[in-house]
Design a binder for this molecule. Structure first.
Ligand SMILES: Cc1cc2nc3c(=O)[nH]c(=O)nc-3n(C[C@H](O)[C@H](O)[C@H](O)COP(=O)(O)OP(=O)(O)OC[C@H]3O[C@@H](n4cnc5c(N)ncnc54)[C@H](O)[C@@H]3O)c2cc1C
Length: 380
């Protein structure tokens, strides 16, 4: 079915050139990066040089002032070609927007050009060992001291955690104030008192450098407060719509890839003297997977258009984040089953797609948290 998104010739040309870049420069190296546990920082630099990072950033700060569809295309090609641990979407479309939306002119001028060029890699640190879903309960403490703030505490599961040069850190200035106590700080690589743990070994996303971060009397200048004191929670809530939309989009594309490679496999695999594709179980399984994928695609493309029109679709995006990410997990698991034992072997891509899918229902807000938001919207 044709997509309802009105991609222009320029979008298609961008997709073609970015797809060539992914196929030529990312895919051939990806297995090595998985073994090494991270993507080299040069990848960001190269993407920056070619105009693939933060395409939406205003031209004043070195960007192309492009629309959201360019970001969508980058995510679709990265996930669609199976190099999902390259978290360019986190850098470009989740963290950089905090700087663009809540940064002062001085901050935007200081940081955005380096985000566009890939000279500085971004991360966002909300989650702590003691709290994830309940963001208002964070304990990393910021205390004002003269013209700076002193941070103490720790964060965990931070994506791009090793590579990041600029980290948007959520800290509380008053734990008893809940959401109102939270402030965002941009902590920079090399600031005294800012340390990181080792990469966290995970069941999937092996080339993603997820890590812990530590703040021990880390002094952050007042010039690095983002969005004003006590406004951190509000800023975070404002940006969740795009973060969750992109997360659901990643799941959608990966589910589509699961179906594609499984269709290829069942056509060539012979069992009991006939192609696996000829068994009714195979046909019905893939018919169900394909139907769910189509439902997801229609829903998401509608949301993309609503999001681009500036509508508040937090409820619907929460539904998409919940349903599409769960759908991807169902699709990946059912497709893997059709590969038999080969599906469990790393040599077969379906095993990676299945393992990488698992975190989708956890990060950027768990499925349960999405259901909380949805049920609140129902007045419950
Ligand atoms: C690979 C990876 C990358 C990540 N990247 C980042 C990052 O870049 N930055 C960042 O800040 N964080 C990141 N995270 C953290 C992620 O956002 C959290 O793991 C997630 O929000 C859940 O928090 P938690 O792990 O503390 O689980 P918990 O909050 O302890 O939840 C445990 C279980 O309880 C359920 N639960 C929680 N609250 C409720 C409720 N009210 N009702 C019913 N059930 C509930 C949850 O759904 C879950 O099933 C990442 C995590 C992973 C695994």
């Amino acid at each position: 079915m044709e997509r309802i998104i009105p991609f222009t010739r320029e979008h298609e040309m961008f997709r073609e050139s970015f797809a060539r870049f992914v196929a030529g420069e990312l895919v051939p190296n990806y297995e090595r990066w998985e073994d090494e546990g991270m993507v080299p920082r040069e990848v960001y630099k190269r993407m920056g040089e070619l105009g693939y990072l933060c395409p939406w950033v205003d031209e004043r700060y070195g960007g192309a002032g492009a629309d959201f569809l360019y970001s969508l295309i980058v995510t679709e090609e990265i996930v669609g070609q199976g190099v999902r641990s390259v978290f360019a979407f986190l850098h470009s479309d989740i963290v950089a927007p905090y700087i663009a939306s809540f940064g002062s002119e001085e901050q935007k001028g200081r940081w955005l050009p380096d985000c566009v060029s890939g000279d500085k890699i971004l991360a966002i640190a909300m989650t702590e060992p003691g709290t994830g879903s309940d963001l208002a309960a964070i304990r990393t403490r910021a205390v004002k001291d003269g013209d700076s703030y002193v941070l103490n505490g720790s964060k965990t599961f931070i994506s791009n955690g090793i590579l990041a040069d600029l980290v948007v850190v959520a800290a509380t200035m008053d734990p008893s104030a809940g959401p109102k106590g939270i402030t965002l700080f941009v902590v920079e690589r090399g600031m005294p008192g800012f340390g990181r743990g080792k990469r966290i070994p995970k069941v999937g996303l092996h080339a993603q450098d997820t890590a812990e971060m530590f703040f021990e009397d880390c002094r952050v200048p007042a010039a690095n407060v983002l969005g004003g004191e006590g406004n951190g929670f509000r800023c975070l809530m404002q940006k969740l719509q795009q973060e969750r939309l992109l997360c659901a989009l990643g799941s959608q594309v990966s589910a589509e890839r699961c179906l594609k490679i499984t269709l290829d496999y069942v056509r060539q695999r012979e069992i009991f003297g006939k192609p696996l594709a000829s068994f009714q179980n195979t046909q019905f399984t893939l018919a169900e997977v394909a139907s769910e994928i189509q439902v997801g695609r229609s829903f998401l493309d509608t949301l993309v258009l609503q999001h681009m029109a500036g509508r508040n679709v937090v409820q619907e995006v929460s539904m998409a984040k919940y349903w599409v990410c769960e759908m991807e997990n169902r699709a990946a698991s059912r497709c893997l089953q059709l590969f038999g034992g080969y599906g469990f072997c790393r040599e077969y891509e379906i095993s990676r797609l299945w393992a990488d899918a698992r975190v989708q229902t956890i990060y950027a807000g768990t499925s349960e948290v999405m259901k909380l938001i949805i049920s609140r919207g129902l007045g419950l």
